[in-house]
Design a protein around this ligand. Structure first.
Ligand SMILES: [Zn+2]
Length: 494
């Protein structure tokens, strides 16, 4: 199952670490009621009414409306992920982008001593909530839409964007955006820690409520209507009796342990806790692209500049090999629970070994071990190195269709088509699987790379026969050689 992805860059959701002293929302005389309950706000949460718009701190939106909120300091830009399309607001700007359409605001977002205040009504409506305003009592009421449990993987049907009070700016046509996805209904496939990032991979939809807490210092991700994938317990530590598990973090000065548990069986709530060495700030974002989506809590303070091992001046073609997924993102889980991330890495390392023997090529790997690397980082590594080709290695999953099998190859930009065609010919020749052809898809690593890029889905792990073949060492040797042969043909190397 494939989903067109979204990714939030430069997310910054920095919470106050003390949750003591909560008060109900009555600052500035305004009360906010969500689904009949007055919002519980911190004393420091300042609410203002500007030009008739109730302005609330971003934190209030993130925590109470369970929306993923990110903040780009450089551009003074706020991005809010909703099931109906991303909302983008800029401090001081009277228009906002909702699902790509520009809409006028009654009041622009403002910064008040480091706190960003945003228009509650606008965001509530854009996120599909019913918003009411009692001017006499100064009460904002918000009501969640009625949601139904998904019976199977729901296919979003495009519907016009729900009418919001702001009028579209002249010339702007509101883009139809998918109808709201169910409030939640996700299955966790993996949880991992690498490089100061917690990666939670899932299928379905996840509406995380993420917050920091003190004594002891920790970050908690609460996931309502979420369950562990049946295969989860076979992938990592999990005690079926207590419905919980944990692993130690050994490579970080920020965290010591990650634990996860079903905390509310009725509401199917799972809590994932990062035990910290002290109060830490973090960013949170979601990636949704391939077989699984990933929710990331990122404690990295700055992007680690990786010195490029490639030499741009020696005339050798720079090939980036990208083993898909990694660590907490297992990718597809096969018919007998073999993990896609392991296949991808194993094959990629074989390709690397062969490329290192080719005088015409130098090779750059996006990962060389079981590490989670966000997709934009994979693309930017290749872009920064001025690579000549990008080859992403994956294996496929067809949920609920164990007989589906075959080899398919993807490109997105036209610049990648010739590479994809040649790679497909060689890889298909090696696998001998059903020819599922070369296809076009808007995958992030294909979209964001600036050089010819292709993504290989070598075979189907959800098919028991292909799963067993894919993990065979001699088969991987053949496919690795085919990938190198394809690159040689593409670059005209003898
Ligand atoms: Zn994959």
């Amino acid at each position: 199952m494939k989903k067109i992805g979204f990714f939030v860059l430069l997310a910054a959701l920095i919470f106050g670490l003390s949750f003591a002293g909560q008060a109900s929302a009555q600052t500035s005389g305004a009360t906010i009621i969500l689904d009949g309950q007055a919002l519980s706000l911190q004393k420091k949460d300042k609410i203002e009414i500007i030009k008739g718009s109730v302005m609330v701190p971003l934190r209030v939106i993130a925590e109470n409306l369970a929306l993923l909120v990110t903040w780009n300091q450089q551009n003074a830009q706020v991005k809010i992920l909703t099931g109906t399309g991303d909302i983008e607001l800029t401090i001081g700007r009277m228009t906002a982008s909702v699902g790509g359409a520009e809409l006028k605001l009654n009041a622009a977002p403002v910064n008040r001593s480091g706190t960003t205040l945003v228009p509650l009504r606008f965001i509530g409506e854009a996120a599909g909530l019913e918003v009411g305003w009692d001017n006499a009592k100064k009460v904002v009421s918000l009501a969640s839409p009625q949601t139904s449990e998904p019976t199977s993987a729901p296919t979003p049907t495009p519907t016009p964007f729900p009418s919001a009070s702001p009028t579209p700016s002249p010339g702007a046509t509101p883009t139809p955006v998918p109808s709201p996805s169910p409030v939640s209904g996700g299955q966790i496939k993996g949880i991992g820690w690498s490089n100061d990032r917690l990666a939670i991979s899932f299928v379905g939809s996840l509406v995380p409520r993420t917050y920091a807490a003190a004594d002891p210092a920790r970050i908690v991700v609460e996931l309502p209507k979420t369950s562990f994938d049946p295969a989860f317990a076979s992938i990592q530590a999990f005690d079926a009796a207590t419905q919980s598990g944990a692993f130690a973090v050994t490579d970080s000065s920020n965290a010591t342990r990650v634990r996860y548990a079903v905390t509310d069986t009725d509401a199917q709530t799972i809590a994932i806790t990062i035990e910290l060495t002290g109060n830490k700030s973090f960013t949170a974002y979601q990636e949704a692209d391939f077989e699984t989506s990933v929710y990331v809590i990122d404690l990295k303070t700055s992007a680690t500049p990786t010195p490029s091992p490639v030499n741009p001046d020696n005339g050798k073609k720079i090939i980036v090999i990208d083993p898909g997924h990694g660590d907490g993102d297992p990718g597809g889980v096969g018919a007998t629970n073999k993990l896609e991330k392991n296949f991808n890495l194993s094959l990629a390392l074989k390709v690397e070994a062969l490329l290192l023997r080719e005088p015409a090529f130098q090779v750059l790997m996006t990962r060389r071990d079981d590490t989670f690397v966000p997709r934009p980082e994979r693309a930017s590594l290749a872009n920064a190195a001025n690579a000549d080709a990008f080859v992403s290695i994956h294996a496929n999953i067809a949920d609920g269709k164990p007989t589906v099998r075959g080899t398919e190859t993807y490109y997105y930009k036209n610049s990648g088509k010739a590479l994809a065609d040649i790679m497909h010919k060689h890889v298909l020749g090696a696998t001998g699987f059903t020819d599922r052809k070369v296809k076009n898809a808007n995958y992030q690593v294909l979209r964001e790379t600036t050089m010819p890029a292709t993504l290989l889905e070598v075979g189907f792990l959800s098919n028991a026969t292909e799963e067993s073949i894919l993990f065979s060492d001699s088969f991987q040797d053949l496919v690795a050689k085919a990938i190198v042969d394809g690159l040689k043909e593409y670059f005209g190397v003898k």
